[in-house]
Design a protein around this ligand. Structure first.
Ligand SMILES: [Fe+2]
Length: 352
């Protein structure tokens, strides 16, 4: 034995022979020594200690040993180091116990006496191949997990940067018009206040904030003269402006990661009574997040200054929301908004 507990070429596969009969140990040693690093013990107890200290790739163990049996050792090895392959040596008389060994996780069994000793080398070789393949597979799996993790953080980074890009597009869009400046941020703020009242989970709240902020993204595709028109829109102009949820959904729909924001962008102009656009959805057909953004959007539109009118005061705006509840707006969501207002989560209806 060398310092590693095994004798033979360092770096070759390690085979531990466990048999109480010296003749067998010697026979196996001679058969396997050209190819493997070898060690042997007489008992299962010694083998167990040896494996603890020096490890093994394959264990060849006689089923019948004094003290703990080969099957006891097999069980211990498989529970502590499942990667170690065990081949159980058993007499012809006990084929049944060979099957027991396989059921307990042995890689294979050998029948004693050995009629053809080359079978021993063959089985050990296959056990080692299996172990090598398992090692390789585990290595690949580990690599895959690392790459996956890297990919996820890259995706996360991309997702955030894209979101920031879209948000700055919104800011730029709103900056063109003094009257809508900050609108999207306020709608996000009100939506979150409503979401809290409705006990939405943290992931959903995050999506609600992002979606609410981007709800009017499609206005990027609306002609500026129509967007900023003071006074009544012609039917054609109104039809043009009604395209913005569809345009927004097209922009956001290109990013796989933003699919969950789609409803807020596409459906924030649906009405509870089904008379909204673009899909004419009604009641709970309208995704909840979109119903929340609708209420927040209406409230902010009413309490913001417009070129043609002053902002409404809180009470008037709340009265209008109450009237729209059940026709234009989801009553539950309006109720949640009232709760938020009562708790002063939403304050200061007066904005420039
Ligand atoms: Fe809108």
């Amino acid at each position: 034995m060398d310092m590693n507990g095994y004798s033979g070429t360092p770096g070759s596969a390690r085979v531990l022979i466990v048999d109480d009969e010296e003749v067998i140990r010697r026979l196996l040693y001679e058969t396997l020594s050209p190819e493997y690093a070898l060690a042997s013990t007489e008992t299962a107890e010694q083998a167990y200690d040896f494996i603890e200290e020096h490890n093994a790739d394959v264990v060849l163990v006689d089923k019948n040993l004094p003290g703990l049996t080969g099957l006891d050792l097999l069980k211990q090895v498989k529970s502590r180091s499942p990667d170690v392959e065990v081949i159980v040596i058993t007499g012809y008389a006990s084929l049944e116990s060979a099957l027991d060994a396989l059921r307990l996780g042995a890689y294979d069994y050998l029948l004693k006496p050995f009629d053809d000793i080359s079978i021993v080398s063959e089985k050990v070789r296959r056990a080692i191949e299996k172990r090598e393949l398992a090692k390789e597979r585990n290595g690949l799996l580990e690599q895959l997990m690392v790459s996956n993790k890297e990919l996820r953080s890259t995706q996360d980074f991309m997702r955030r940067s894209y979101l920031e890009t879209l948000t700055s597009m919104i800011t730029a869009l709103e900056a063109r018009d003094a009257y809508t400046r900050g609108h999207s941020d306020r709608v996000a703020e009100f939506s979150v206040a409503i979401g809290k009242e409705l006990n939405l989970g943290p992931d959903r709240m995050e999506r609600l904030r992002d979606g609410a902020r981007l709800h009017d993204l499609g206005k990027i595709g609306v002609r500026e003269d129509i967007l900023n028109k003071v006074g009544r829109l012609s039917p054609e102009e109104f039809e043009h402006i009604k395209q913005h949820p569809i345009i927004g959904a097209e922009i956001i729909g290109k990013m796989e990661n933003y699919r969950q924001l789609l409803p807020m962008i596409r459906n924030h102009h649906e009405r509870w009574d089904g008379k909204g656009y673009p899909d004419g959805l009604a009641g709970e057909q309208i995704p909840l997040e979109a119903r929340i953004v609708s209420v927040a959007d209406c409230y902010d539109a009413m309490t913001s200054k417009r070129p043609y009118r002053d902002p409404l005061l809180l009470d008037s705006a709340m009265n209008i929301l109450k009237e729209a509840s059940g026709s234009q707006l989801d009553p539950t969501v309006v109720g949640a908004f009232f709760m938020a207002v009562q708790k002063s989560i939403v304050t200061s209806p007066l904005k420039n």
